[in-house]
Design a protein. Sequence first.
Length: 593
Amino acid sequence: MAPIPLIKIGSTELYTSPAYENDVVVWPNDSMLLDEWIEIGQLWLNDSGLLLDHYIDGRATAAFAIWDESGAYTFYERQQVTIKAWDNTLFFAGVLQKAETIKLPGSATAKFHSIEAADYTCILEWRTCDYAAENKLAGDAVREILAEYLAEEGITEGLIEAGELLTEISIGNKSVAQAYQKLAEACNFICYISYDYKLYFHARTLYATWGISDETDILSETFEITRSNENYRNTETVIGGYEETSLQTELFLGDGTTKTFPLAYAANRFSTVTVDSVNKTIGQKGTDAGAYDCYYAVSSETLTFEVAPGNGLEIEAKYYGLWRAKSKAEDLMAITDNATRQGFGSGKVEHITIDEVLTSIIAAGEYANAKLNEYARDGIQVNYKTRREDLAAGTLQHIEIQGLDHDFLVTHVSEEHKDGDTEYTVEACYGPVMDEWTLFFRDSFTAVSAIREFIAEESGVSKLYNFSHTYEAIDRPNPFTAALPGVPVSDDSWPCFSPLDRAEYIEFWRDGACVFRKQHTSVVDEDEDDEFNSYSYVSPSEAAGEIDEVVFWGGDSATIVYGSGVEIYRANFSKTKTILESYQLNMEYLNGA
Protein backbone atom coordinates (compact mmCIF):
# COMPACT_ATOMS: atom_id res chain seq x y z
CA MET A 1 0.00 0.00 0.00
CA ALA A 2 1.29 3.45 -0.90
CA PRO A 3 2.18 5.93 1.86
CA ILE A 4 -0.64 8.22 3.03
CA PRO A 5 -0.11 11.94 2.28
CA LEU A 6 -0.42 14.79 4.80
CA ILE A 7 -1.18 18.37 3.79
CA LYS A 8 -0.16 21.92 4.72
CA ILE A 9 -1.71 25.10 3.25
CA GLY A 10 0.08 28.29 4.25
CA SER A 11 0.67 27.90 7.96
CA THR A 12 -2.34 25.60 8.43
CA GLU A 13 -1.37 21.97 9.00
CA LEU A 14 -3.96 19.40 7.96
CA TYR A 15 -3.94 15.66 8.62
CA THR A 16 -0.81 15.86 10.78
CA SER A 17 0.49 12.50 11.85
CA PRO A 18 2.77 11.54 14.75
CA ALA A 19 4.39 8.96 12.45
CA TYR A 20 7.40 10.91 11.21
CA GLU A 21 7.26 13.67 13.86
CA ASN A 22 7.94 11.20 16.67
CA ASP A 23 9.87 8.72 14.56
CA VAL A 24 7.20 6.09 15.16
CA VAL A 25 6.62 3.48 12.46
CA VAL A 26 2.95 3.26 11.50
CA TRP A 27 1.61 0.54 9.20
CA PRO A 28 -2.06 1.20 8.42
CA ASN A 29 -3.91 -1.80 7.03
CA ASP A 30 -6.12 -1.83 3.96
CA SER A 31 -9.32 -1.41 5.95
CA MET A 32 -8.15 1.61 7.93
CA LEU A 33 -9.46 4.97 6.75
CA LEU A 34 -7.32 8.08 6.87
CA ASP A 35 -9.40 9.75 9.60
CA GLU A 36 -9.09 6.63 11.81
CA TRP A 37 -5.35 6.85 12.31
CA ILE A 38 -4.50 10.55 12.20
CA GLU A 39 -4.75 12.59 15.40
CA ILE A 40 -8.26 12.99 16.78
CA GLY A 41 -9.84 16.38 15.94
CA GLN A 42 -7.93 16.93 12.72
CA LEU A 43 -9.72 17.75 9.49
CA TRP A 44 -10.26 14.83 7.16
CA LEU A 45 -10.49 14.18 3.44
CA ASN A 46 -13.95 13.53 2.10
CA ASP A 47 -14.82 10.64 -0.23
CA SER A 48 -13.27 12.23 -3.30
CA GLY A 49 -9.78 11.67 -1.90
CA LEU A 50 -6.59 13.33 -3.11
CA LEU A 51 -6.00 13.61 -6.86
CA LEU A 52 -2.56 14.43 -8.33
CA ASP A 53 -2.15 14.99 -12.07
CA HIS A 54 1.18 14.92 -13.92
CA TYR A 55 1.40 16.35 -17.46
CA ILE A 56 3.85 15.94 -20.31
CA ASP A 57 5.07 19.56 -20.09
CA GLY A 58 6.37 19.02 -16.56
CA ARG A 59 3.41 20.54 -14.71
CA ALA A 60 1.59 18.87 -11.86
CA THR A 61 -1.69 19.76 -10.14
CA ALA A 62 -3.41 18.64 -6.95
CA ALA A 63 -7.10 18.57 -6.03
CA PHE A 64 -8.71 17.58 -2.74
CA ALA A 65 -11.51 18.55 -0.36
CA ILE A 66 -11.36 19.49 3.32
CA TRP A 67 -14.07 18.92 5.93
CA ASP A 68 -14.19 21.96 8.23
CA GLU A 69 -16.67 21.16 10.99
CA SER A 70 -16.10 24.31 13.05
CA GLY A 71 -15.85 26.65 10.03
CA ALA A 72 -12.56 28.01 11.33
CA TYR A 73 -10.54 27.92 8.12
CA THR A 74 -10.19 30.31 5.19
CA PHE A 75 -7.82 29.60 2.31
CA TYR A 76 -6.45 32.11 -0.17
CA GLU A 77 -5.07 32.06 -3.70
CA ARG A 78 -1.27 31.69 -3.96
CA GLN A 79 -0.84 30.23 -0.48
CA GLN A 80 1.87 27.59 -0.45
CA VAL A 81 0.65 23.99 -0.55
CA THR A 82 2.75 20.96 0.39
CA ILE A 83 1.65 17.33 0.48
CA LYS A 84 3.78 14.72 2.22
CA ALA A 85 3.45 11.03 2.97
CA TRP A 86 3.36 9.74 6.53
CA ASP A 87 7.04 8.81 6.06
CA ASN A 88 7.86 12.49 5.19
CA THR A 89 8.20 11.84 1.44
CA LEU A 90 7.25 14.98 -0.52
CA PHE A 91 4.42 14.17 -2.93
CA PHE A 92 3.61 17.69 -4.13
CA ALA A 93 4.62 21.32 -3.59
CA GLY A 94 3.15 24.42 -5.18
CA VAL A 95 0.61 27.18 -4.68
CA LEU A 96 -3.14 27.28 -4.20
CA GLN A 97 -4.96 28.31 -7.36
CA LYS A 98 -8.60 27.98 -6.34
CA ALA A 99 -10.44 27.50 -3.05
CA GLU A 100 -14.20 26.98 -3.16
CA THR A 101 -16.09 26.96 0.14
CA ILE A 102 -19.40 25.05 0.35
CA LYS A 103 -21.54 25.37 3.48
CA LEU A 104 -23.16 22.21 4.74
CA PRO A 105 -26.97 22.55 4.76
CA GLY A 106 -28.47 22.45 8.25
CA SER A 107 -25.25 23.45 10.02
CA ALA A 108 -24.26 26.92 11.17
CA THR A 109 -20.53 26.25 10.94
CA ALA A 110 -19.69 23.11 8.97
CA LYS A 111 -18.12 23.60 5.52
CA PHE A 112 -16.32 21.78 2.76
CA HIS A 113 -13.32 23.48 1.12
CA SER A 114 -12.61 22.31 -2.43
CA ILE A 115 -8.92 22.98 -3.11
CA GLU A 116 -7.05 23.14 -6.43
CA ALA A 117 -3.30 23.72 -6.49
CA ALA A 118 -0.56 23.90 -9.13
CA ASP A 119 3.10 23.07 -8.69
CA TYR A 120 5.80 25.75 -8.67
CA THR A 121 6.07 25.68 -12.48
CA CYS A 122 3.11 28.08 -12.50
CA ILE A 123 5.49 30.81 -11.25
CA LEU A 124 6.85 30.95 -14.80
CA GLU A 125 3.47 32.39 -15.86
CA TRP A 126 3.72 35.22 -13.33
CA ARG A 127 6.76 36.95 -14.83
CA THR A 128 7.02 38.59 -18.26
CA CYS A 129 10.12 38.35 -20.39
CA ASP A 130 11.92 40.39 -23.06
CA TYR A 131 14.99 38.56 -24.30
CA ALA A 132 17.21 38.68 -27.36
CA ALA A 133 20.49 36.96 -28.23
CA GLU A 134 22.52 35.78 -31.20
CA ASN A 135 24.43 32.48 -31.56
CA LYS A 136 23.41 31.34 -28.11
CA LEU A 137 22.99 27.85 -26.68
CA ALA A 138 19.42 27.37 -25.53
CA GLY A 139 20.62 26.33 -22.07
CA ASP A 140 22.64 29.52 -21.70
CA ALA A 141 19.56 31.55 -22.69
CA VAL A 142 17.58 29.70 -20.01
CA ARG A 143 20.21 30.62 -17.41
CA GLU A 144 20.23 34.29 -18.42
CA ILE A 145 16.44 34.52 -18.21
CA LEU A 146 16.62 32.77 -14.84
CA ALA A 147 19.14 35.31 -13.54
CA GLU A 148 17.19 38.33 -14.79
CA TYR A 149 13.62 37.36 -13.95
CA LEU A 150 13.44 34.37 -11.60
CA ALA A 151 16.35 34.72 -9.16
CA GLU A 152 14.41 37.22 -7.03
CA GLU A 153 11.65 34.61 -6.71
CA GLY A 154 14.17 32.36 -4.96
CA ILE A 155 14.39 29.90 -7.85
CA THR A 156 17.84 28.39 -8.36
CA GLU A 157 19.44 26.26 -11.05
CA GLY A 158 18.76 22.54 -11.18
CA LEU A 159 19.82 20.52 -14.23
CA ILE A 160 20.09 22.82 -17.26
CA GLU A 161 21.48 21.09 -20.35
CA ALA A 162 23.07 22.96 -23.26
CA GLY A 163 20.51 22.17 -25.96
CA GLU A 164 20.70 23.51 -29.52
CA LEU A 165 22.86 26.40 -30.71
CA LEU A 166 20.37 29.03 -31.91
CA THR A 167 21.49 31.70 -34.38
CA GLU A 168 18.79 34.10 -33.19
CA ILE A 169 16.50 34.31 -30.18
CA SER A 170 13.93 37.13 -30.10
CA ILE A 171 11.16 36.88 -27.51
CA GLY A 172 9.19 39.97 -26.56
CA ASN A 173 6.19 40.69 -24.34
CA LYS A 174 5.77 37.04 -23.41
CA SER A 175 5.67 35.22 -20.09
CA VAL A 176 8.78 33.39 -18.94
CA ALA A 177 6.74 30.20 -19.33
CA GLN A 178 6.17 30.96 -23.02
CA ALA A 179 9.83 31.89 -23.52
CA TYR A 180 11.00 28.63 -21.96
CA GLN A 181 8.43 26.69 -23.95
CA LYS A 182 9.87 28.06 -27.21
CA LEU A 183 13.40 27.20 -26.15
CA ALA A 184 12.32 23.72 -25.02
CA GLU A 185 10.51 23.04 -28.31
CA ALA A 186 13.62 24.04 -30.26
CA CYS A 187 15.60 21.33 -28.45
CA ASN A 188 12.84 18.76 -27.83
CA PHE A 189 13.43 19.41 -24.12
CA ILE A 190 11.20 19.76 -21.09
CA CYS A 191 11.27 22.69 -18.63
CA TYR A 192 9.80 22.86 -15.12
CA ILE A 193 10.37 23.94 -11.51
CA SER A 194 10.83 21.05 -9.12
CA TYR A 195 9.31 20.70 -5.66
CA ASP A 196 12.60 21.94 -4.15
CA TYR A 197 12.37 25.22 -6.11
CA LYS A 198 14.96 24.43 -8.79
CA LEU A 199 14.64 25.10 -12.52
CA TYR A 200 15.16 22.13 -14.85
CA PHE A 201 15.73 22.24 -18.63
CA HIS A 202 16.74 18.92 -20.15
CA ALA A 203 16.02 16.20 -22.70
CA ARG A 204 13.00 13.99 -22.08
CA THR A 205 13.53 10.56 -20.57
CA LEU A 206 13.13 8.05 -23.36
CA TYR A 207 11.53 5.00 -21.78
CA ALA A 208 9.29 4.27 -18.83
CA THR A 209 10.49 1.94 -16.10
CA TRP A 210 8.02 -0.76 -17.11
CA GLY A 211 6.07 -1.84 -20.18
CA ILE A 212 2.88 -3.79 -20.78
CA SER A 213 3.14 -7.28 -22.26
CA ASP A 214 0.14 -8.72 -20.42
CA GLU A 215 -2.70 -7.34 -18.32
CA THR A 216 -1.25 -8.27 -14.94
CA ASP A 217 -0.69 -4.65 -13.94
CA ILE A 218 -3.91 -3.30 -15.52
CA LEU A 219 -7.00 -2.96 -13.35
CA SER A 220 -9.81 -5.12 -14.64
CA GLU A 221 -11.90 -3.78 -17.52
CA THR A 222 -10.06 -0.42 -17.61
CA PHE A 223 -7.93 -0.76 -20.77
CA GLU A 224 -9.50 1.32 -23.57
CA ILE A 225 -8.29 1.90 -27.16
CA THR A 226 -9.30 4.80 -29.42
CA ARG A 227 -8.15 4.92 -33.06
CA SER A 228 -8.23 8.36 -34.68
CA ASN A 229 -5.91 10.69 -36.58
CA GLU A 230 -7.69 13.86 -37.65
CA ASN A 231 -4.41 15.26 -39.04
CA TYR A 232 -3.59 12.28 -41.27
CA ARG A 233 -1.77 13.08 -44.50
CA ASN A 234 0.50 11.11 -46.85
CA THR A 235 1.50 13.99 -49.11
CA GLU A 236 3.03 17.13 -47.61
CA THR A 237 3.86 20.41 -49.34
CA VAL A 238 5.94 22.85 -47.29
CA ILE A 239 6.22 26.52 -48.21
CA GLY A 240 9.00 28.20 -46.29
CA GLY A 241 10.16 31.78 -45.93
CA TYR A 242 12.24 33.62 -48.48
CA GLU A 243 15.84 32.65 -49.14
CA GLU A 244 18.53 34.43 -51.09
CA THR A 245 19.29 33.44 -54.66
CA SER A 246 22.75 33.01 -56.06
CA LEU A 247 24.24 36.09 -57.77
CA GLN A 248 21.94 37.14 -60.62
CA THR A 249 23.03 39.14 -63.69
CA GLU A 250 20.40 40.97 -65.73
CA LEU A 251 20.83 43.22 -68.78
CA PHE A 252 18.63 46.11 -69.90
CA LEU A 253 18.80 48.69 -72.69
CA GLY A 254 18.29 52.37 -71.93
CA ASP A 255 16.01 54.51 -74.10
CA GLY A 256 16.71 57.92 -72.58
CA THR A 257 13.24 58.00 -70.94
CA THR A 258 12.73 54.90 -68.77
CA LYS A 259 13.99 55.21 -65.19
CA THR A 260 12.54 52.03 -63.62
CA PHE A 261 13.49 48.53 -64.79
CA PRO A 262 11.86 45.23 -63.70
CA LEU A 263 13.90 42.50 -62.02
CA ALA A 264 13.33 38.78 -62.25
CA TYR A 265 13.42 38.45 -58.44
CA ALA A 266 12.60 40.67 -55.51
CA ALA A 267 15.90 42.37 -54.64
CA ASN A 268 17.68 41.58 -51.40
CA ARG A 269 21.04 43.27 -52.03
CA PHE A 270 22.99 44.57 -55.01
CA SER A 271 26.55 43.83 -56.00
CA THR A 272 27.08 46.26 -58.90
CA VAL A 273 25.12 48.30 -61.39
CA THR A 274 26.83 49.62 -64.51
CA VAL A 275 25.66 51.80 -67.40
CA ASP A 276 27.82 51.52 -70.50
CA SER A 277 30.42 49.69 -68.30
CA VAL A 278 30.58 52.64 -65.85
CA ASN A 279 29.86 51.77 -62.20
CA LYS A 280 26.90 53.53 -60.61
CA THR A 281 26.25 54.18 -56.95
CA ILE A 282 23.36 52.24 -55.40
CA GLY A 283 21.18 53.32 -52.48
CA GLN A 284 18.39 51.65 -50.55
CA LYS A 285 15.08 53.50 -50.46
CA GLY A 286 14.07 54.77 -47.06
CA THR A 287 17.46 53.96 -45.52
CA ASP A 288 20.33 55.54 -47.45
CA ALA A 289 20.52 59.33 -47.44
CA GLY A 290 22.37 61.42 -49.98
CA ALA A 291 22.67 61.37 -53.74
CA TYR A 292 22.84 57.98 -55.47
CA ASP A 293 22.66 57.10 -59.14
CA CYS A 294 20.00 54.44 -58.56
CA TYR A 295 17.85 53.00 -55.81
CA TYR A 296 16.12 49.76 -54.85
CA ALA A 297 13.86 48.61 -52.03
CA VAL A 298 14.31 45.28 -50.28
CA SER A 299 11.70 42.78 -51.53
CA SER A 300 10.86 45.05 -54.48
CA GLU A 301 11.26 43.76 -58.04
CA THR A 302 12.41 47.05 -59.56
CA LEU A 303 15.59 49.12 -59.95
CA THR A 304 15.08 52.88 -60.31
CA PHE A 305 17.56 55.46 -61.66
CA GLU A 306 17.61 59.13 -60.70
CA VAL A 307 18.32 60.01 -64.32
CA ALA A 308 17.12 57.81 -67.19
CA PRO A 309 20.06 55.99 -68.85
CA GLY A 310 20.77 57.22 -72.37
CA ASN A 311 19.25 55.71 -75.50
CA GLY A 312 21.04 52.52 -76.55
CA LEU A 313 23.24 52.30 -73.41
CA GLU A 314 23.58 48.82 -71.90
CA ILE A 315 22.60 48.46 -68.23
CA GLU A 316 24.01 45.53 -66.23
CA ALA A 317 22.60 44.76 -62.77
CA LYS A 318 24.22 42.14 -60.53
CA TYR A 319 22.24 41.37 -57.40
CA TYR A 320 21.05 38.74 -54.98
CA GLY A 321 17.30 38.19 -55.10
CA LEU A 322 14.74 36.50 -52.88
CA TRP A 323 12.67 33.45 -53.68
CA ARG A 324 10.35 31.33 -51.59
CA ALA A 325 11.35 27.75 -50.81
CA LYS A 326 8.70 25.13 -51.62
CA SER A 327 9.06 21.38 -51.33
CA LYS A 328 6.76 18.37 -51.67
CA ALA A 329 7.13 14.91 -50.13
CA GLU A 330 5.06 11.76 -50.65
CA ASP A 331 4.90 8.53 -48.66
CA LEU A 332 4.21 6.09 -51.52
CA MET A 333 3.63 3.09 -49.26
CA ALA A 334 1.15 5.04 -47.13
CA ILE A 335 -0.65 6.21 -50.27
CA THR A 336 -0.96 2.63 -51.55
CA ASP A 337 -2.13 1.32 -48.16
CA ASN A 338 -4.68 4.10 -47.87
CA ALA A 339 -6.06 3.44 -51.37
CA THR A 340 -6.50 -0.22 -50.42
CA ARG A 341 -8.21 0.71 -47.17
CA GLN A 342 -10.57 3.16 -48.89
CA GLY A 343 -11.34 0.86 -51.78
CA PHE A 344 -11.53 3.77 -54.20
CA GLY A 345 -9.57 6.77 -55.46
CA SER A 346 -5.84 7.54 -55.49
CA GLY A 347 -5.32 7.14 -51.76
CA LYS A 348 -3.65 10.56 -51.55
CA VAL A 349 -4.39 12.84 -48.61
CA GLU A 350 -2.60 16.14 -49.18
CA HIS A 351 -1.65 18.93 -46.79
CA ILE A 352 0.15 22.29 -47.03
CA THR A 353 2.28 23.82 -44.27
CA ILE A 354 3.57 27.39 -44.37
CA ASP A 355 6.53 28.07 -42.07
CA GLU A 356 8.38 31.38 -42.43
CA VAL A 357 11.28 30.11 -40.30
CA LEU A 358 12.40 27.76 -43.07
CA THR A 359 14.68 29.77 -45.36
CA SER A 360 16.20 27.07 -47.54
CA ILE A 361 14.83 24.51 -49.97
CA ILE A 362 16.79 21.81 -48.12
CA ALA A 363 15.17 22.70 -44.80
CA ALA A 364 11.74 22.75 -46.45
CA GLY A 365 12.33 19.27 -47.86
CA GLU A 366 13.49 17.94 -44.50
CA TYR A 367 10.47 19.45 -42.83
CA ALA A 368 8.09 17.94 -45.39
CA ASN A 369 9.53 14.46 -44.77
CA ALA A 370 9.42 15.00 -41.01
CA LYS A 371 5.74 15.89 -41.22
CA LEU A 372 5.01 12.64 -43.07
CA ASN A 373 6.99 10.66 -40.50
CA GLU A 374 4.68 12.08 -37.87
CA TYR A 375 1.29 12.16 -39.62
CA ALA A 376 1.26 9.38 -42.25
CA ARG A 377 0.29 6.78 -39.70
CA ASP A 378 -2.70 5.63 -37.69
CA GLY A 379 -3.33 7.46 -34.46
CA ILE A 380 -4.00 5.37 -31.35
CA GLN A 381 -4.82 6.54 -27.85
CA VAL A 382 -5.00 4.22 -24.83
CA ASN A 383 -6.34 4.77 -21.33
CA TYR A 384 -6.01 2.42 -18.39
CA LYS A 385 -5.79 2.26 -14.61
CA THR A 386 -3.10 0.64 -12.54
CA ARG A 387 -1.76 0.46 -8.98
CA ARG A 388 1.80 0.09 -10.17
CA GLU A 389 4.02 3.11 -9.52
CA ASP A 390 6.88 4.81 -11.39
CA LEU A 391 5.19 6.08 -14.55
CA ALA A 392 6.02 9.63 -15.61
CA ALA A 393 4.34 11.80 -18.23
CA GLY A 394 6.68 12.37 -21.17
CA THR A 395 8.20 8.89 -21.22
CA LEU A 396 7.68 6.06 -23.70
CA GLN A 397 5.96 2.84 -22.67
CA HIS A 398 5.96 -0.21 -24.92
CA ILE A 399 2.50 -1.80 -25.11
CA GLU A 400 1.89 -5.14 -26.82
CA ILE A 401 -1.53 -6.37 -25.80
CA GLN A 402 -4.90 -6.51 -27.62
CA GLY A 403 -3.23 -6.36 -31.05
CA LEU A 404 -0.92 -3.44 -30.21
CA ASP A 405 2.86 -3.50 -30.51
CA HIS A 406 4.11 0.10 -30.34
CA ASP A 407 5.97 2.60 -28.20
CA PHE A 408 3.31 4.86 -26.68
CA LEU A 409 4.00 8.35 -25.37
CA VAL A 410 2.65 8.73 -21.83
CA THR A 411 0.89 12.10 -21.92
CA HIS A 412 -0.89 12.21 -18.58
CA VAL A 413 -0.72 10.36 -15.26
CA SER A 414 -3.44 10.98 -12.68
CA GLU A 415 -2.67 9.82 -9.15
CA GLU A 416 -5.60 9.32 -6.74
CA HIS A 417 -5.14 8.66 -3.03
CA LYS A 418 -8.27 7.41 -1.26
CA ASP A 419 -8.95 5.33 1.82
CA GLY A 420 -5.31 4.34 2.18
CA ASP A 421 -5.00 3.23 -1.45
CA THR A 422 -3.35 4.76 -4.54
CA GLU A 423 -4.68 4.36 -8.07
CA TYR A 424 -3.07 5.71 -11.27
CA THR A 425 -5.00 6.62 -14.42
CA VAL A 426 -2.74 6.69 -17.48
CA GLU A 427 -3.25 8.28 -20.90
CA ALA A 428 -0.83 7.46 -23.72
CA CYS A 429 -0.78 7.93 -27.48
CA TYR A 430 0.87 6.54 -30.60
CA GLY A 431 0.95 8.70 -33.70
CA PRO A 432 -0.23 12.31 -33.98
CA VAL A 433 -3.29 12.00 -31.77
CA MET A 434 -2.05 14.87 -29.61
CA ASP A 435 0.33 17.80 -30.12
CA GLU A 436 2.65 16.31 -27.51
CA TRP A 437 3.47 13.43 -29.88
CA THR A 438 4.60 15.92 -32.52
CA LEU A 439 6.83 17.73 -30.03
CA PHE A 440 8.30 14.47 -28.74
CA PHE A 441 9.17 12.88 -32.09
CA ARG A 442 11.19 15.54 -33.89
CA ASP A 443 14.36 13.57 -34.53
CA SER A 444 14.26 14.19 -38.28
CA PHE A 445 13.93 17.94 -37.85
CA THR A 446 14.94 19.05 -34.38
CA ALA A 447 17.27 22.00 -34.93
CA VAL A 448 15.32 25.24 -35.00
CA SER A 449 17.92 27.86 -35.92
CA ALA A 450 15.91 30.93 -34.94
CA ILE A 451 13.13 31.84 -32.54
CA ARG A 452 11.09 34.97 -33.17
CA GLU A 453 8.04 35.41 -30.97
CA PHE A 454 5.76 38.49 -31.04
CA ILE A 455 8.48 40.66 -32.56
CA ALA A 456 8.04 43.56 -34.96
CA GLU A 457 10.85 43.71 -37.49
CA GLU A 458 11.41 47.45 -37.04
CA SER A 459 11.62 47.45 -33.23
CA GLY A 460 13.01 44.04 -32.30
CA VAL A 461 12.59 42.97 -28.70
CA SER A 462 11.65 46.12 -26.79
CA LYS A 463 13.33 46.15 -23.36
CA LEU A 464 12.37 48.72 -20.72
CA TYR A 465 14.76 50.00 -18.03
CA ASN A 466 13.75 52.40 -15.25
CA PHE A 467 16.12 54.75 -13.38
CA SER A 468 15.40 57.19 -10.56
CA HIS A 469 17.50 59.62 -8.55
CA THR A 470 16.70 62.10 -5.80
CA TYR A 471 18.83 65.26 -5.72
CA GLU A 472 19.42 66.77 -2.29
CA ALA A 473 19.94 70.51 -1.81
CA ILE A 474 23.70 70.16 -1.37
CA ASP A 475 24.21 67.94 -4.43
CA ARG A 476 26.27 69.34 -7.29
CA PRO A 477 25.58 69.10 -10.12
CA ASN A 478 21.86 69.41 -9.40
CA PRO A 479 19.40 69.86 -12.28
CA PHE A 480 16.97 71.58 -9.90
CA THR A 481 19.45 74.43 -9.28
CA ALA A 482 17.97 77.09 -11.53
CA ALA A 483 20.12 79.45 -13.54
CA LEU A 484 19.65 83.18 -13.27
CA PRO A 485 18.04 84.81 -16.32
CA GLY A 486 20.63 85.24 -19.06
CA VAL A 487 23.32 83.32 -17.15
CA PRO A 488 24.57 80.20 -18.99
CA VAL A 489 25.24 76.91 -17.34
CA SER A 490 28.79 76.79 -16.03
CA ASP A 491 31.03 73.75 -16.10
CA ASP A 492 32.58 74.34 -12.68
CA SER A 493 31.60 72.62 -9.42
CA TRP A 494 28.44 74.73 -9.06
CA PRO A 495 26.58 74.50 -12.40
CA CYS A 496 23.07 75.89 -12.77
CA PHE A 497 20.39 74.83 -15.21
CA SER A 498 17.64 76.41 -17.20
CA PRO A 499 14.47 74.24 -16.86
CA LEU A 500 14.49 73.63 -20.62
CA ASP A 501 18.10 72.34 -20.53
CA ARG A 502 18.03 70.10 -17.45
CA ALA A 503 17.92 66.81 -19.41
CA GLU A 504 19.39 66.60 -22.91
CA TYR A 505 21.38 63.47 -23.78
CA ILE A 506 22.01 59.87 -22.79
CA GLU A 507 25.32 58.03 -23.23
CA PHE A 508 26.46 54.41 -23.09
CA TRP A 509 29.97 53.76 -21.78
CA ARG A 510 32.29 50.81 -22.03
CA ASP A 511 35.63 50.41 -20.25
CA GLY A 512 35.74 54.03 -19.19
CA ALA A 513 34.89 55.55 -22.59
CA CYS A 514 31.71 56.75 -24.28
CA VAL A 515 30.59 54.53 -27.17
CA PHE A 516 27.14 55.98 -27.92
CA ARG A 517 25.30 59.27 -27.38
CA LYS A 518 21.72 60.20 -28.23
CA GLN A 519 19.33 63.03 -27.44
CA HIS A 520 16.39 62.12 -25.23
CA THR A 521 13.32 61.12 -27.16
CA SER A 522 11.07 63.06 -24.79
CA VAL A 523 11.33 65.15 -21.60
CA VAL A 524 8.08 65.53 -19.64
CA ASP A 525 7.18 68.24 -17.08
CA GLU A 526 10.54 69.86 -17.65
CA ASP A 527 9.41 73.11 -15.97
CA GLU A 528 8.37 71.41 -12.71
CA ASP A 529 10.34 72.22 -9.55
CA ASP A 530 9.77 68.89 -7.77
CA GLU A 531 10.02 66.22 -10.48
CA PHE A 532 10.54 65.66 -14.18
CA ASN A 533 11.20 62.66 -16.44
CA SER A 534 13.22 61.85 -19.54
CA TYR A 535 12.54 59.01 -21.97
CA SER A 536 15.07 57.65 -24.45
CA TYR A 537 14.50 55.13 -27.24
CA VAL A 538 17.51 53.28 -28.66
CA SER A 539 16.65 51.37 -31.84
CA PRO A 540 17.90 47.86 -32.75
CA SER A 541 20.47 49.27 -35.17
CA GLU A 542 21.99 51.60 -32.55
CA ALA A 543 24.63 50.96 -29.85
CA ALA A 544 25.10 47.23 -30.47
CA GLY A 545 27.79 45.70 -28.29
CA GLU A 546 29.01 45.60 -24.70
CA ILE A 547 27.86 48.32 -22.27
CA ASP A 548 28.79 48.79 -18.63
CA GLU A 549 27.46 52.27 -17.73
CA VAL A 550 24.68 54.67 -18.69
CA VAL A 551 25.22 58.43 -18.25
CA PHE A 552 22.65 61.25 -18.35
CA TRP A 553 23.69 64.74 -19.46
CA GLY A 554 22.12 68.20 -19.24
CA GLY A 555 22.97 71.89 -19.59
CA ASP A 556 22.83 74.35 -22.46
CA SER A 557 26.32 73.33 -23.58
CA ALA A 558 25.23 69.74 -24.28
CA THR A 559 25.46 68.79 -27.97
CA ILE A 560 25.79 65.57 -29.96
CA VAL A 561 29.53 65.68 -29.21
CA TYR A 562 30.54 63.03 -26.68
CA GLY A 563 31.02 64.44 -23.18
CA SER A 564 29.58 67.88 -23.86
CA GLY A 565 27.33 69.47 -21.24
CA VAL A 566 27.10 68.58 -17.54
CA GLU A 567 26.93 65.00 -16.27
CA ILE A 568 23.91 64.80 -13.95
CA TYR A 569 23.62 61.06 -13.30
CA ARG A 570 25.64 57.88 -13.90
CA ALA A 571 24.59 54.27 -13.21
CA ASN A 572 25.99 50.80 -13.72
CA PHE A 573 24.36 49.23 -16.75
CA SER A 574 26.01 45.92 -17.63
CA LYS A 575 24.39 44.77 -20.89
CA THR A 576 25.22 43.28 -24.26
CA LYS A 577 22.92 44.95 -26.75
CA THR A 578 22.23 43.13 -30.01
CA ILE A 579 20.61 44.30 -33.24
CA LEU A 580 17.62 42.16 -32.25
CA GLU A 581 16.52 44.49 -29.46
CA SER A 582 15.56 48.09 -28.78
CA TYR A 583 15.96 49.80 -25.41
CA GLN A 584 13.69 52.31 -23.71
CA LEU A 585 15.33 54.05 -20.75
CA ASN A 586 13.03 56.00 -18.43
CA MET A 587 14.71 58.37 -15.97
CA GLU A 588 12.89 59.98 -13.02
CA TYR A 589 14.53 63.11 -11.54
CA LEU A 590 13.30 64.00 -8.02
CA ASN A 591 13.97 67.15 -6.00
CA GLY A 592 14.74 66.20 -2.41
CA ALA A 593 15.37 69.75 -1.23
